[in-house]
Write a protein that binds this ligand. Structure first.
Ligand code: NAD
Length: 501
């Protein structure tokens, strides 16, 4: 059986723990590889390599570091096909979607190519007599990233792209469910010119995450995953003196006003609710039509659109989406569908019991649609993370605005309308971190930054963009005074706090 190793100090390292995680082929349900589970000694070795490599890397001028990022971007393009197939084979998303996963990461690498500009800092000449002040952004040292299964290329690159460009060394702990692409990315970074030890991959689960959070040499931790774990990562990291950003789960709403272009809205909803089998933190699993007439028109338009969706293996170029990540996750989603029925929601389309010919053991689920879901239902309050769309009917704009605002999660939200005033009011008032106006999946571009509110994000700095640069650097401010040759500007002994009066 193929073993997926760690990548430490610029080379693959087979683990010694004797413990492995199963990596499934979600299309067939079979175990296709085993991923090593690191020991703390292996983590220590990765960190020691990173500490050593970081000194020289931080001293490498920003333009040379940027050249490595440029070369890495080129290699990503050269290896796009290989990476997309590798990603789909472990995750199960269709190849076109895997390319999108890689592309959104690549865009953050493009942003990181501008690092000389982003690290320039601030300067004040003549802040006082003979006094100049400047602020510089310096790397933190060794930082770590812990990533979820659903974007095994994009999310590691959100993190290590800016972190490494800023002059840090990086320890990546990817999801144990699809760990091959992160290792391949580390190999390509080495090939691009990043010194050995600048990017290390340590495989494992909860134990190794906790060891990372406790390790004194790690200065900052980026986490993306489910909310309970994000919150505990945030707390444990802070307890150990680290800077932490921890992104959590989501339950994004799509608000449909009566004047929305219904054909376009339904087309957008299909991709946003069911694309990647609903396993996106920016998916739209809840749709809120405003008014009875809107609800009826929406439901009527959704049915044939759902009917026409094709579920298939990840290599099927005509499939809209593939299997979910694991048998356990499939069972969890089916459990939520049953719960929805038990809670009294109307099951309009039932995706359970779907079987793909020749792939009967694959983790497939057909699309599910619920109507008349209400806010007190657990299936509304919790994240399902599968191909399940819930209609929550609202009588007024105000009611529709309050639903995502009151929800425990606040990652993304979208509004579909032709009314600019309503859209503007909605964007201004809704208590959610990322808002789309006629945009179903409003993941910000690489030079803005990504982050949700409430239980979707712990910590005050978002992923990538300028926030990413701020997160992976610390500011040093230097105040200097050079006495003039003529002796002016020299002050007498003073016991008063200096001011610039
Ligand atoms: P997960 O929380 O199960 O795992 C995330 C990471 O944490 C993995 O690397 C895993 O090995 C590790 N981990 C698992 N259990 C742990 C524990 N008890 N203590 C410490 N670490 C632990 O998440 P997942 O199932 O891989 O990913 C799906 C979740 O991620 C969904 O909730 C989704 O909404 C969320 N997500 C959020 C964003 C965002 O930016 N907000 C983006 C993508 C995914």
């Amino acid at each position: 059986m193929r073993s997926i190793d760690h990548f430490i100090g610029g080379r693959p390292v087979a683990g010694t723990s004797g413990q492995f995680g199963d990596v499934f082929d979600p299309n067939t349900g079979a175990v296709q590889a085993r991923v090593q589970m690191a020991t703390t000694a292996e983590l220590d070795s990765a960190i020691a390599n990173a500490v050593e490599a970081q000194k020289g890397w931080a001293a490498t001028n920003p333009q040379r570091r940027a050249r490595v990022m440029f070369e890495f971007k080129r290699l990503l393009e050269v290896h796009m096909d290989e990476l997309a197939h590798m990603l789909s084979a472990e995750h199960g998303k269709v190849i076109a979607d895997s390319r999108g996963d890689i592309m959104r990461g690549l865009e953050v690498i493009e942003f990181a190519c501008g690092i000389p500009h982003l690290l320039k800092g601030e300067y004040t000449q003549g802040a006082g007599p003979g006094i100049d002040v400047w602020s510089a952004r310096q790397p933190l040292g060794v930082v770590a990233g812990i990533t979820p299964f659903n974007f095994p290329a994009m999310i590691p690159m959100w993190m290590f792209g800016p972190a490494i460009a800023c002059g840090n060394a990086f320890i990546l702990k990817p999801s144990e469910r699809d760990p091959s692409v992160p290792v391949r990315l580390a190999e390509l970074m080495l090939e691009a010119g990043a010194p050995a030890g600048v990017l290390n991959v340590v495989q494992g689960g909860k134990e190794i995450v906790e060891a990372i959070l406790r390790h004194p040499s790690i200065k900052a931790v980026s986490f993306v995953g489910s909310s309970d774990i994000a919150q505990s990562v945030y707390a444990l990291g802070a307890l150990h003196g680290k800077r932490v950003q921890a992104m959590g789960g989501a339950k994004n709403h799509g608000i449909v006003l009566p004047d929305a272009d219904m054909d376009q809205t339904v087309a957008d909803l299909m991709g946003a609710a069911y694309g990647s089998a609903g396993e996106r933190c920016m998916a739209l699993p809840v749709v809120v039509p405003v008014g009875q007439g809107t609800a009826e028109r929406l439901r009527e338009a959704l049915l044939p659109a759902i009917e026409s969706l094709r579920v298939g293996v990840s290599t099927d170029a005509d499939a809209h989406y593939g299997p979910v990540i694991s048998a356990a996750h499939k069972a969890k989603i089916e459990g939520y569908i049953q719960m929805g029925v038990d809670e009294g929601a109307e099951l309009v389309v039932d995706g359970r019991g779907f079987s793909l010919q020749g792939h009967e053991d694959g983790f497939f689920l057909a699309p599910t649609l619920f109507d008349r879901v209400t806010p007190e239902m657990r299936t509304y309050q919790e994240e399902i993370f599968g191909p399940v769309l819930q209609i929550v009917r609202a009588a007024t704009f105000e009611e529709a605005l309050s639903l995502p605002s009151k929800h425990q999660y606040g990652n993304g939200v979208s509004i579909f309308t032709r009314d600019g005033d309503a859209a503007r009011t909605f964007a201004d008032q809704v208590e959610v971190g990322m808002v789309g106006i006629n945009v179903p999946i409003p993941v910000p571009v690489a030079y803005h930054s990504f982050g949700g509110w409430k239980r979707s994000g712990f910590g005050d700095l978002n992923q990538y963009g300028l926030d990413g640069v701020r997160f992976y650097t610390r500011t040093k401010t230097v105040t200097q005074r050079w006495p003039r040759r003529d002796g002016s500007g020299v002050s007498d002994q003073s016991f008063v706090i200096p001011t610039m009066r």
